[in-house]
Design a binder for this molecule. Structure first.
Ligand code: TYD
Length: 135
């Protein structure tokens, strides 16, 4: 099964433009209760981010402006996708290594998270990540 799992959002649009609303309890859009929201923007040219996995955290990442390239890796396969649509989110499950590359100047990557920030939940070493997968 592919690591690239999109959730499509309903777009509420009219002649003025577009709007996406995400609410807690919207099972189909976000398959967890959102405890935290953060966004990444003004990423310096040539910078890549991420390079970690999480033991327990689930996330939905939405590129609300611009574009970036997301790489996901479950220790067996490595897949990538461009993120450029504000009307769909990429579901990133637990124990998936993620890297973000090639941010456009105007990229705003919004992330919905299932847990509060917890540094202890991070796996920041790829070799440790592989050991965790195989344990
Ligand atoms: P980091 O996890 O390194 O970002 P990325 O994985 O996108 O490269 O986070 C950068 C800094 O921000 C780091 O010091 C931790 C802090 N941080 C928080 O305090 N709260 C948060 O919700 C997040 C995502 C990061």
């Amino acid at each position: 099964m592919s690591l690239i799992k999109w959730v499509d959002f309903q777009t509420l649009g009219d002649h003025r433009g577009s709007l996406v609303a995400l609410e807690i309890g919207m099972e189909k859009a976000v398959p967890f209760d959102i405890k935290r929201v953060y966004y990444i923007y003004h990423t310096a040219e040539g910078v890549s981010r991420g390079f970690h996995a999480h033991h327990n955290l689930r996330q939905v990442a939405i590129c609300v402006a611009g574009k970036c390239r997301m790489v996901l890796d479950d220790g067996v396969k490595r897949e990538e996708t461009w993120m450029s649509s504000p009307t769909r989110g990429l579901l990133i499950e637990t124990m998936v290594w993620r890297e973000m590359h090639d941010f456009s100047d105007d990229c705003v990557l919004l992330v919905l998270a299932s847990e509060h920030y917890d540094e202890a939940d991070y796996i920041r070493s790829y070799s440790e990540f592989l050991e965790g997968i195989r344990a």
